[in-house]
Design a binder for this molecule. Structure first.
Ligand SMILES: Cc1cc2nc3c(=O)[nH]c(=O)nc-3n(C[C@H](O)[C@H](O)[C@H](O)COP(=O)(O)O)c2cc1C
Ligand code: SF4
Length: 405
């Protein structure tokens, strides 16, 4: 089956067309240094014949870190030896491994990072709420520099490439979206294309300056979002054309922003866990609990997109018409037969799966034994909500006394 044949991204040869998509681990210390659980988890994934692994998002500097406890950092050279143990192991098992790097922009809180929240504009995120300071051009230049330094650390740590997180409402995405970016300088929205790409372009250029033009850069983007002034198909096509010109190594296409996070990870909305762990909704008051559970969560869930199989595939199919760059589709892929169809019928180069690998790290081996294998993940989204807790990311189908739920 073509799914399990070797395939190239830039000059790298991957042993099959299955990626494990970026998955926040919650397995680092308060300064973003990986703990032994991080190493153990990646070594397990590497031992299970996955073609390419993308790490959970690592912050490029403290200001751009997330609210989730235990996020990885790639902001200093002293972290390199911790990651090197993982990349060395990956290479022994012939697995290609990419580090996803990100700056959160307005999608974080001062309370968690200890730093001013910054963004292209002063528009607050509906979910994160902190009003951001508008980035000056000097500050933008400094963040571009930090993206390149972070990439250089990833290269020195042995990662086969990086993935730039330009999806899910994080900083690069904030510059792209006309619903957020209202700047009047050159970092604003390009009137002809109705998207803002200068920041993205300069980040890519600076990484290439510092890491070499052949260091693989995969990008993750969102096909659309849930804002009133939503990212439309013309803007999406313009973004694909831009990435085609930039000759990035591959494009992974996801959906949405963290304002409506359960539109990114579709499926159930576990209200009880939200009430207990979500930093915005958790409360001790039983009246508030009642209101949030019975009014707010149902209202918000009306806005959330529903789970359907391979729910972002249409964007990848559209992108295929505008670029020959390798495309990766992510979101709702659960069956061996879906993977085969995506790759063979629609000429999408790769599939990428997140929750199925949290649930079954040996999923590829199972697919190799049975091409019609179906993932055991039931999209309950308990692992999604628990990113807000101080517990490691894991599948909650399995009972484990070490964890509270
Ligand atoms: C627990 C969890 C953590 C995630 N962490 C990240 C992340 O760090 N970076 C990212 O781009 N996407 C992240 N995602 C989104 C996934 O990469 C993926 O786009 C989404 O879950 C849809 O794929 P799936 O249906 O195979 O789970 C995360 C998803 C989950 C459930
Ligand atoms: S907790 Fe397990 S079953 Fe539920 S969505 Fe996450 S991986 Fe899937």
């Amino acid at each position: 089956m073509i799914v399990f044949e070797k395939v190239e991204i830039s000059s790298l040869i991957l042993k099959n067309r299955i990626f494990r998509s970026a998955t926040f681990e919650g397995m680092c210390d308060d300064n973003g240094f990986p703990l032994s659980s991080y190493e153990k988890m990646y070594k397990e994934l590497c031992s299970n014949d996955i073609g390419g692994i993308i790490t959970g998002f690592a912050f490029i500097n403290r200001q751009g870190s997330a609210i989730h406890p235990g996020q990885a950092g790639m902001d200093s050279e002293d972290k390199i030896p911790f990651y090197k143990k993982i990349t060395d192991f990956a290479h022994k098992t012939d697995t290609k491994i990419f580090m996803q790097i990100a700056h959160t922009g307005r999608q974080t809180k001062r309370k968690f990072t200890g730093e001013t929240v910054v963004a292209p504009s002063d528009k607050s995120s509906f979910y994160f709420k902190d009003k951001p300071d508008i980035l000056s051009t000097d500050q933008i230049q400094s963040i571009i520099h930090d993206f390149s330094m972070s990439s250089l650390c990833a290269k020195k740590a042995g990662f086969d490439g990086i993935q730039l997180h330009a999806a899910h409402g994080y900083l690069i995405h904030q510059f792209i979206l006309s619903s957020i970016n209202n700047r009047r300088d050159s970092y604003g929205i390009d009137k002809k294309f109705n998207i803002g790409t200068l920041f993205f372009s300069r980040v890519i250029d600076e990484i290439r300056n510092v890491c070499g033009s052949d260091y693989p850069i995969i990008v993750k983007i969102s096909g659309s979002d849930d804002f009133i002034n939503k990212f439309n198909i013309k803007q999406f096509i313009n973004l694909i054309k831009f990435l085609d010109k930039k000759k990035v190594s591959a494009i992974e296409i996801s959906y949405g922003t963290m304002d409506y996070a359960l539109s990114i990870m579709r499926g159930d909305i576990p209200a009880e866990l939200i009430l207990e762990f979500n930093p915005v909704y958790k409360t001790e008051s039983s009246i508030k609990k009642f209101i949030i559970k019975n009014l707010m969560i149902p209202l918000i869930s009306l806005k959330m997109r529903k789970f359907t199989p391979c729910y972002n595939l249409e964007y990848a199919k559209t992108a295929r018409e505008y670029t020959d760059i390798p495309l990766i589709t992510v979101g709702g892929i659960r069956k061996g037969e879906e993977i085969k169809k995506i790759i063979e019928n629609y000429k999408i180069d790769f599939v990428s799966l997140c929750r199925p690998f949290i649930c079954e790290p040996d999923l590829v081996l199972k697919l190799l034994n049975n091409e019609n294998y179906v993932s055991k993940c039931i999209n309950c989204n308990k692992c999604t909500i628990m990113c807000d807790s101080d517990q490691f990311t894991r599948c909650y189908l399995k009972k484990n006394k070490k964890y509270r739920v």
